[in-house]
Design a protein around this ligand. Structure first.
Ligand SMILES: C[S@@+](CC[C@H](N)C(=O)[O-])C[C@H]1O[C@@H](n2cnc3c(N)ncnc32)[C@H](O)[C@@H]1O
Length: 336
């Protein structure tokens, strides 16, 4: 029997921006924050959030249908998942990434066709080559970006804490540490570790605030620097998360060789990203992340575990291996 073809898969993908934008607007309105305070009926919730009456009911019920809210007897409440991950006041909040997607990426991705034609980045200040210079000129955007990075790296940070043999090492440097999610997670999980977050000087106040709020200022410090202009701080383990994909191949190789120089013999480099699978056909998130680098950066691109191991070997690392972390994320470890 031949299967009747169905357009369902195509239409679901083609229209999935509807789902995405409904969630992004819900985060922007603070729907999950409001319902964490108290579950509410349509009238109360609409008034609290300031929505026009025309489509408020459709909006909230669409969120119910998307399994982002629950509704019982006309009263809306968060699902366990949205209550844990999308309430701003909770330490488990990962909505910074969605806030950034809403405020920046949604619009820039509207120019994907243009980016694919020209090879040129499309996010704000298109003419400026460096994403970070463009981002960090505006303190609001800087804070939003750094908190978004915590959302991106929270799951990977826990998995790195579990899956790397930390008992054999005493110190680490997280290169391009952003708000400090990885240093905080590692220090919390392994009380013998001391760590440094290395990043551009503008990042320091936001990093220090996050580390202090987690009670870890005694074991985690910040070092300001530019990883292209300055040597990297020395430590037993160097971590680079979502760093290499921002840069072109020569810059990637330069950063890997700087990491090699900063490690002692026996030291380790951990690179983690949404690594593309070696066959380049499974990890759609990794491949789309690479397109996101087209949208966001002058020459960045994502890569496979095999690519990264090859560059590490060329930089001098004697042994390399790839380990899956969580979801689309994997790490490549290089031992000096
Ligand atoms: C994409 S974010 C990754 C953040 C974090 N490692 C993670 O995985 O969530 C890149 C980080 O690199 C930092 N960065 C960019 N250019 C830098 C430079 N030249 N020197 C030091 N840090 C830099 C940015 O400030 C930002 O925190």
């Amino acid at each position: 029997m031949t299967m009747k073809p169905s357009p369902e898969h195509l239409l679901r993908i083609g229209m999935s921006f509807w789902n995405a934008k409904a969630l992004l607007s819900a985060v922007e309105f603070g729907v999950f924050d409001a319902l964490a305070e108290t579950p509410a009926d349509l009238r109360t919730l609409r008034a609290k959030l300031g929505l026009h009456e025309r489509s408020a009911r459709d909006f909230f019920d669409a969120l119910v249908a998307l399994k982002l809210l629950e509704r019982e007897g006309g009263v809306y409440r968060n699902t366990p998942e949205t209550d844990f991950f999308l309430v701003r006041s909770k330490p488990s909040y990962v909505g910074g990434l969605l806030e950034m997607a809403n405020a920046r990426l949604y619009e820039s991705w509207g120019r994907l066709t243009e980016a694919l034609k020209t090879g040129r980045r499309q996010s704000e200040n298109k003419e400026e080559g460096d994403l970070f210079a463009a981002l960090y000129a505006d303190p609001e955007r800087l804070r939003g970006f750094l908190s978004a990075m915590s959302g991106v790296s929270a799951g990977a940070a826990n998995a790195i804490a579990d899956k790397f043999p930390w008992k054999d090492y005493n110190s680490f440097v997280d290169v391009g540490a952003a708000q400090g999610m990885v240093p905080v997670t590692l220090a919390r999980a392994h009380p013998h570790l001391v760590g440094v977050g290395f990043d551009l000087p503008q990042v320091q106040p936001i990093f220090d605030e996050f580390v202090a709020a987690n009670g870890l200022a005694a074991r985690i410090s910040f070092r300001a620097g530019d990883f292209f202009a300055d040597p990297l701080p020395q430590a037993d383990v160097i971590i680079m998360g979502h760093i290499l994909h921002d840069w072109d191949l020569d810059q990637k190789r330069l950063l890997l060789s700087k990491a090699y120089d900063a490690l002692p013999p026996g030291g380790a480099l951990i690179v983690y990203e949404a690594l593309i699978d070696d066959e380049r056909r499974e990890n759609a998130f990794g491949l789309l992340m690479s397109l996101n680098m087209l949208i966001e950066t002058a020459g960045g691109f994502d890569y496979t575990g095999a690519d990264c191991q090859g560059w590490m070997r060329a930089a001098g690392f004697r042994e390399t291996r790839v380990a899956h972390l969580v979801g689309p994320d994997s790490m490549v470890i290089g031992f000096k």
